[in-house]
Design a binder for this molecule. Structure first.
Ligand code: FES
Length: 175
């Protein structure tokens, strides 16, 4: 049968364990900070409703998200921008999403004057509305992003924003 001294020792050891665990939490958060930030960027972000998009008419949207690093949690702010292109009725997928960062050297991609394609103003890379490259300036087409629709009659269009390495033919996510 444990005596009083054993019980006191057991209590002290248990309390020590609890305090050690509590002290370890900020340390673990510190270590996982950059990981948490990358996860936030890769989460699906709501951009608009399907009913706000017209088939064949590209629209640009800012991606607003909370950013945090190992020490600081920043308020929600723009972390990038995305082009959405609604497809004709009955298409699957109903919406295409592309990063607005040019795969050549990361300038923001705009539209051609007739709005029937994409054009990067920096060095003249051109892309179709399906994101395929139309000249040799960029090593690859525009970076397609994952899209999901959620909700009922007029679903929310959500996009998973991600950045990719410029100047290479293969689409490689930035670390
Ligand atoms: S950065 Fe777009 S064409 Fe060079």
């Amino acid at each position: 049968m444990p005596n009083r001294r054993d019980l006191l020792r057991f209590g002290a050891v248990s309390l020590g364990g609890v305090f050690s665990a509590l002290l370890a939490v900020p340390g673990v958060r510190f270590l996982l900070g950059p990981l948490a930030s990358a996860t936030a960027e890769r989460a699906f972000q709501p951009l608009t409703r399907l009913g706000q998009l017209k088939a064949g008419e590209p629209q640009a949207f800012a991606v607003i998200a909370e950013r945090r690093d190992a020490w600081v949690k920043y308020p929600r702010e723009p972390i990038g921008s995305v082009w959405l292109v609604r497809q004709p009725e009955g298409s699957n997928p109903p919406v295409l999403a592309f990063s607005a960062e040019c795969p050549h050297l990361s300038c923001p991609i705009g539209l051609t004057p007739d709005r029937k394609g994409f054009l990067c103003p920096c060095h003249g890379a051109r892309f179709t509305l399906s994101g395929a490259k139309e000249n040799a300036v960029s090593a690859r087409g525009m970076d397609a992003l994952a899209v999901e629709l959620s909700g009922g009659a007029d679903p929310e269009v959500r996009v998973r924003f991600e950045r990719y390495q410029p100047q290479v033919a293969e689409k490689k996510p930035l670390a």
